[in-house]
Design a protein around this ligand. Structure first.
Ligand code: ASP
Ligand code: MG
Length: 402
């Protein structure tokens, strides 16, 4: 057997007992193959706590310094987990992102991995050591610490699995797999045996909160076999793999994303080039735009509405307000009290009734839709955040209970 990459999330390493539990899972793998690489997140709420600490000092710190701070969370975990394995009598070494040679671009707090130097890890694996790597962090070409964006440890794990040509990348977490909906909201949600990369990508970016979406993109690109499983129970999880290899379900899951804001640019001059101008400005500002809706022009003006991640709202508003004149717009309206609820399934491409069924469920629950967007494998609606949980329940019941 070749290399196994295991990743343990923050809730799985939250305290000493949990660290020993994780050590046990690592030892199980080490007994099968002595080539084990482990990626860990910061313990429990450490990253959130660090962000709070920063705010007490400076509400607008530079992203460079935030990364110096945030990367410490994972460094704590690698050392503690290594100490646990030492105590249990196993050969182990912890490595930070820079020690491994995880090279990223310079986009602090949202850096992308460019290259991984596998030399150090391979030489430790040759010595039969268990290698514990700090997730979520890397180093840019100026030797400055970077982080990969919240939830980025998954991406570290997949990138390492790709670079080391691992047999499998196991993502251990506090849920035991990917469900048809968030099992904390939907009690009878079903665990999926498998899911395609594309479906998982939609589910991840739509707020299913199981995997970092960049990690799924990478897994797809490098064909890394992923499995999402429980850190605590020894049961089968959910496998993420090639489309052809999964059972095609009409609707695979219902996802909710509360991290969304809706923005409307009102009264834009109704002439060519305005949408281009608007979205070029946002692209330049590194704003990820999602659903876009343009109203039909009236009296020589039109409105363009779109959604962005809620944490991009302030940056977006600043860009728009600075450019009101260029855009020839009259007003910017926005709300971050919105949610995006989506259904995802590779089988829906050739099945027009699926969207209607979803809208029927929303109608029966008397939930109003603000925006709609569709792709080959998903239908998303933007609704008021206060209705989101009810919407997920109604839609899930429609597709899975009837
Ligand atoms: N500790 C980081 C976070 O909370 C990275 C991770 O957990 O994946 O976002
Ligand atoms: Mg996570």
């Amino acid at each position: 057997m070749g290399v196994i990459v295991q990743k343990f999330g923050g809730s799985s390493v939250a305290d000493a007992d949990k660290i020993f539990n994780v050590a046990g899972r690592i030892i199980d793998a080490y007994k099968k193959t002595d080539q084990v690489v482990v990626v860990v997140s910061a313990q429990g709420d450490t990253t959130d706590d660090l962000i709070e600490k920063a705010k007490e000092i400076n509400t607008n710190p530079s992203k460079r310094e935030m990364d110096v701070l945030l990367s410490t969370g994972e460094q704590i975990t690698i050392s503690l987990l290594s100490m646990a394995l030492e105590k249990l009598g196993y050969p182990v070494i912890s490595l930070t992102g820079w020690q491994v040679g995880i090279q990223t671009d310079s986009n602090n707090m949202a850096a992308r991995i460019k290259k991984i130097d596998t030399q150090r890890i391979n030489s430790e694996l040759d010595k039969k050591k268990i290698v514990i790597v700090a997730g979520f962090q890397g180093i840019n070409r100026y030797n400055d610490i970077t982080t990969l964006g919240r939830g980025g440890s998954d991406t570290t794990a997949v990138a390492l699995a790709a670079a080391l040509h691992a047999d499998i990348c196991e993502i251990y977490t506090d849920v035991d797999g990917v469900y048809t909906a968030d099992p904390r909201i939907i009690k009878n949600a079903l665990k999926l045996k498998d899911v395609s990369y594309d479906e998982m990508l939609e589910l991840a970016s739509l707020g299913a909160n199981v995997l970092h979406n960049r990690s799924v993109e990478l897994a797809k690109k490098y064909n890394v076999d992923l499995e999402v499983k429980s850190s605590f129970e020894k049961i089968e999880g959910t496998k993420v793999k090639e489309v052809g290899l999964v059972e095609k379900m009409l609707v695979r899951g219902v996802a909710r994303d509360n991290n969304v804001a809706r923005i409307s640019v009102v009264g834009i001059a109704d002439k060519p080039g305005k949408a281009y101008k608007l979205f070029a400005l946002l692209a330049k500002g590194q704003i990820n735009v999602d659903v876009i809706l343009q109203s039909i022009g009236r009296e020589n003006t039109k409105d363009i509405s779109f959604t962005v991640p809620a944490d991009h709202l302030d940056d977006t508003l600043k860009i728009l307000n600075d450019n009101l004149e260029v855009l020839e717009a009259t007003e910017i309206k926005y709300s971050d009290k919105v949610s995006k609820v989506s259904i995802v399934g590779a089988g829906m491409a050739s099945n027009p009734g699926v969207a209607a069924k979803m809208f029927e469920a929303l109608y029966e629950a008397q939930i109003n839709i603000n925006m709609i967007s569709t792709s080959e494998i998903k239908v998303s609606v933007l609704i008021d955040e206060e209705n989101a949980e009810r919407a997920v329940k109604a839609i899930h019941a429609k597709f899975f209970d009837e």
